[in-house]
Ligand binder design. Structure first.
Ligand code: HEC
Ligand code: HEC
Length: 180
């Protein structure tokens, strides 16, 4: 008798807990699922991009169109997500120019960039330039000051001055030609 009563009470409590958690779950179901899918996708992209810095995933036509008119489309896997977020949040003040986009385009491209971003965080405040990341400075530490100052190079951001196929997202050692 007492045992049965206890069983009944326990299953009552259990049922109540189920209902409560189902309610909570139903409440932010959509958000959770989106977030989860997003993270899975991002992780897959991350491991892929970390393995392959020589050539990056093909960027969308939209990215080409909106971000490729003033310079090459910088490969998304060369900056961590927090950097892309910071850049995309300040397009009206973009390295001395205004690169503003309408909100929908901005959001779409931001998602594309973040999804394919590098998983290697720089730590601290988001670095806004690829050329200021630690890996970039390390990879380029043998480039002489004379080369950086060469008018044919102009700026370290001008990747295509040395990387023949930079515009195609290819940075392989074989395809480097330092201008004299
Ligand atoms: C109106 C011209 C313009 C447009 C459009 C533009 N940019 Fe830029 N961007 C610049 C200039 C100018 C620089 C600085 C280049 C330099 O220092 O030589 C720059 C630099 C950058 C850098 C830093 C490069 C480095 O490592 O030094 C990133 C990253 C970047 N842009 C991303 C983007 C993205 C993403 C978009 C599209 C949403 C975009 N840009 C659209 C003009 C533009
Ligand atoms: C002045 C010429 C020059 C410019 C400009 C330049 N690079 Fe490089 N880059 C080099 C050299 C030289 C190396 C080193 C190659 C080596 O020693 O393996 C290198 C290496 C790299 C590597 C590693 C390649 C590999 O196969 O390991 C990447 C990625 C890269 N650069 C990206 C960029 C990006 C992105 C830009 C523009 C934001 C840029 N570089 C601008 C000359 C340049």
């Amino acid at each position: 008798m007492t045992a049965n009563f206890l069983k009944l009470t326990l299953s009552g409590i259990f049922l109540a807990m189920c209902v409560a958690s189902a309610a909570v779950y139903a409440h932010d179901d959509d958000d959770d699922e989106d977030e989860h899918r997003h993270q899975q996708h991002a992780q897959r992209e991350h491991s892929k991009s970390e393995n392959d810095r020589h050539s990056s995933a093909v960027s969308s036509a939209k990215l080409q169109e909106e971000c490729g008119s003033c310079h090459i489309v910088y490969p998304p896997n060369l900056l961590p997500a927090e950097s892309w977020r910071a850049l995309m949040g300040n397009l009206n003040k973009h390295f001395g120019t205004d690169a503003s986009l309408d909100l929908a385009t901005q959001k779409e491209l931001r998602a594309e960039l973040e999804n394919a971003a590098s998983s290697r965080s720089e730590g601290g405040r988001p670095v806004l330039r690829i050329t200021q990341t630690r890996w970039f400075q390390h990879e380029h530490d043998e480039v002489s000051n004379r080369t950086w100052r060469n008018p044919k190079v102009k700026s370290a951001s001008n990747c295509g001055a040395c990387h023949t196929y930079a515009a195609q997202g290819k940075f392989n050692e074989r395809d480097i030609h330092i201008p004299r």
